[in-house]
Design a protein around this ligand. Structure first.
Ligand code: AMP
Length: 115
């Protein structure tokens, strides 16, 4: 989508610190990191949010992204201490970019529940 920030990162039009890439997903450092490790995992195809990943293809996409996020966490060295994977959906959750993304957060003790 031409006016989507994360589609523009996928296209290389906006710079990002990419930490992992496949044909279907990329992971890059969050520009406003809330933890020592804070990476976003997104599909290369535009999907607005987790609620829009429907049916068999949505199920496959979400499974792939979650596995990809777990591999990112492993590669960031977070397995033994632990980490959090979270996705915000819609206004009340504070979703600010309408392109599906999983936050991978780690490197410090994380509080629960999130605010
Ligand atoms: P959310 O608020 O859950 O929609 O998450 C969107 C995230 O995208 C926020 O944590 C932002 O800091 C992050 N973000 C916004 N613009 C950029 C960018 N150009 N590069 C990397 N991360 C970004």
């Amino acid at each position: 989508m031409a006016d989507c920030l994360f589609c523009r990162i996928v296209a290389g039009e906006i710079p990002a610190t990419i930490v992992k890439r496949s044909d279907e997903a990329i992971a890059f450092r969050d520009i406003d990191a809330r933890a020592p490790a804070h990476v976003l995992v997104i599909p290369t195809e535009h999907v607005a949010a987790v609620r829009d990943a429907r049916g068999a293809e949505g199920e496959r996409l979400l499974g792939m992204l979650l596995r990809f996020a777990a591999e990112v966490a492993t590669e960031l060295g977070l397995d033994s201490a632990g980490y959090r994977i979270v996705t915000n959906t819609g206004k009340d959750a504070g979703q600010s970019v309408d392109h599906l993304h999983f936050h991978v957060l780690g490197g410090r003790k994380l509080t629960w529940p999130p605010g």
